[in-house]
Design a protein around this ligand. Sequence first.
Ligand SMILES: C[S@@+](CC[C@H](N)C(=O)[O-])C[C@H]1O[C@@H](n2cnc3c(N)ncnc32)[C@H](O)[C@@H]1O
Length: 227
Amino acid sequence: MADIKSLQRAHPDYMEMFQELTDTSKSKEEITAVYDKWSNYEEIIKLHAPNRSLLGAKAFKAEYENLNKEAKILDIGAGTGLAAHELVKLGFTNIDALEPCETLANLAMKKNIYKKLYKAYLCKDRLPIEDNVYDIIYSVGVFAPGHAREDAFEELFRILKPGGQMMTITGEGYLKDPQMSNFEPRMAELEKEGILIRRKREILPFYSADENGPMNGMIFVLEKPAN
Ligand SMILES: C[S@@+](CC[C@H](N)C(=O)[O-])C[C@H]1O[C@@H](n2cnc3c(N)ncnc32)[C@H](O)[C@@H]1O
């Protein structure tokens, strides 16, 4: 894990950018505008969270050991495709992307990882996707302050196939932010309503780092009940 001082030395603009990205007073369009300025996203992620995509892929492999390699996967908040690239290395061949930021999406689509790109936001609005399409929805670093939140759950469970699962990985610390205070309570409500089943909630050590040092991640696996 890189220490934050070397990160600041290499990218003096990093802390400012990071603060802008987690500024919960910004609208989703303003957050996208910050990402749009960030064409060196991968350089910074290599310092801030060098293991994140690999850790995610390790968790994915453990969870989906027996999953068909052609299973239909949607990588939400795909960014430049770092997380999905590791799934390709595991042999998965049928991955689509959902990403609202044009700059990052263009970089991702050049890598030939994804079959299809949806340029859309995760929120309560309807996604441009039919019901029951995906076997797995995967997300790394997307449910966070200023980013996607629990208001997207119902749409995501609409587009998952019955019996399909969403694996989502985020910073454990982000879950303590007031803007995320309804994230887990909403999961519990949706479970009571029969929309999802909570299968896993697990700490992922050394997921990333911020100015206070290494940060843990949290993995959730949520399943859409089979019909
Ligand atoms: C920290 S990056 C993670 C990117 C990628 N998953 C990775 O592991 O490198 C967060 C991504 O979520 C996207 N994002 C932010 N808010 C979003 C929202 N409301 N809906 C969908 N994507 C969003 C950003 O544009 C950005 O690409």
